[in-house]
Design a protein around this ligand. Structure first.
Ligand SMILES: Cc1cc2nc3c(=O)[nH]c(=O)nc-3n(C[C@H](O)[C@H](O)[C@H](O)COP(=O)(O)O)c2cc1C
Length: 355
């Protein structure tokens, strides 16, 4: 089925056996979701982006972005910021936690409040500063963690400078590059430029992991074939379908991807909520105004949209998602949606069948 097997890659001292990564996604890739993806066969995961300034100032809330649900490996911590000293100090704090396998510098976030102060994608407009950040972060972690950079092909179509930015971070000591094939100006819309990803791959010595526009298990291998990248990072396509990582392994092994049964979707949602509740229960009571259970239900909301939007009665649930309900009520509503069956299939047929 697949023409390519993915080879293990080396990110500094870290060997990633199966270089299929879950992309960092703010609001989604917390320990609960990451651990589900790893169990399904994802090769490595990354935290949501974490503010370096928040870490340096010991903001309690910021620290929670580094929470893990269980043993999650390989796991990267991603930091954002534009002050090299603060980035280095944050990196040293993360290294001291001894629970991460690599440290990633965000040089691609296009959200205005981030990029306009020079953080995230803003760093692409200042390649020298980006390289300086990598240099200082490397020195701060002193070999304890490999350092990677996640970036884009440029700020906008007229200023595509990815060859320059990636040459700079490589010279500064970056151990791998995650490259999203879109410019910051389009954020996440439109096609990703895989030709440019291929060009960067050819130009760099460190591993280049391609990102952007993967929509199916087969696309993972198409991206490797068409660009020569050392690994692939999946973003939105993985939301609401952690079993995609199992499908990718199946595809590589020449087995037809199975997709999830409705029972698997139900069990995954229940387990996901259980893990969110566990994560929340570890927080101090003062921190969670609504308590662990209600907060976990709220955190699960955007995931539910992804898990369930292919089901007939999803609209009914979507209209009630703003309500604050306990776990039992939420799961009853989820069951009702699942019982309605997948669009395009009879409810009877879709009950236990693969999608
Ligand atoms: C909701 C959302 C949150 C994201 N948060 C982050 C983030 O915290 N750090 C980061 O480097 N990229 C972030 N991204 C970008 C993704 O990591 C990825 O680069 C992007 O979605 C393109 O990949 P895709 O086409 O496979 O979705 C985010 C994307 C989305 C949709």
């Amino acid at each position: 089925m697949s023409a390519f097997r993915l080879q293990p890659i080396q990110i500094g001292p870290l060997r990633v056996e199966w270089p299929v990564f879950l992309a960092p996604m703010a609001g989604y890739t917390d320990g609960a979701f990451r651990s589900l993806c790893l169990e399904q066969g994802c090769g490595a995961v990354v935290t949501e982006m974490v503010s370096a300034q928040g870490l340096v100032r010991d903001h309690e809330r910021t620290g929670h972005y580094l929470d893990t649900w269980g043993e999650e490996h390989p796991l990267g911590a991603q930091i954002y910021g534009s002050d090299p000293g603060a980035m280095a100090a944050a990196a040293a704090k993360i290294a001291a936690l001894k629970k991460f396998d690599f440290l990633d510098v965000n040089a691609g976030c296009p959200m205005p409040k981030i990029r306009n102060r020079g953080d995230g994608a803003g760093l692409m407009r200042d390649p020298a500063k980006l390289a300086e950040i990598v240099r200082q972060v490397k020195a701060a972690v002193a070999g304890a963690l490999p350092v990677t950079v996640k970036t884009r092909i440029g700020w906008c179509v007229d200023t595509i400078n990815v060859l320059e930015t990636t040459a700079g971070v490589e010279a500064a000591g970056a151990d791998a590059i995650f490259l999203h094939g879109r410019v910051a100006a389009v954020r996440h819309s439109g096609p990703a430029d895989w030709n440019l990803i291929a060009e960067v791959k050819r130009a760099r010595k460190v591993p280049v992991i391609g990102n952007g526009g993967v929509k199916t298990a087969e696309d993972v291998f198409r991206m490797v074939r068409e660009t020569g990248v050392d690994g692939v990072m999946l973003g939105r396509v993985a939301l609401g379908q952690p079993w995609l990582f199992r499908d990718i392994r199946d595809w590589a092994a020449g087995r037809a991807p199975r997709g999830p049964t409705v029972d698997e979707v139900r069990e995954t949602i229940r387990e996901h909520l259980r893990r969110e509740m566990e994560l929340m229960a570890r927080r101090g009571k003062k921190e969670l105004k609504l308590g662990a259970e209600l907060t976990a239900c709220l955190v699960l909301r955007p995931h539910l949209v992804r898990y369930l939007r292919g089901f007939r009665e999803f609209g009914a649930l979507a209209r009630t998602l703003e309500e604050r309900v306990d776990a039992a009520t939420l799961l009853e509503r989820v069951d009702a949606v699942l019982a309605s069956g997948r669009k395009g299939e009879s409810p009877e047929n879709s009950r236990g069948s693969a999608s």
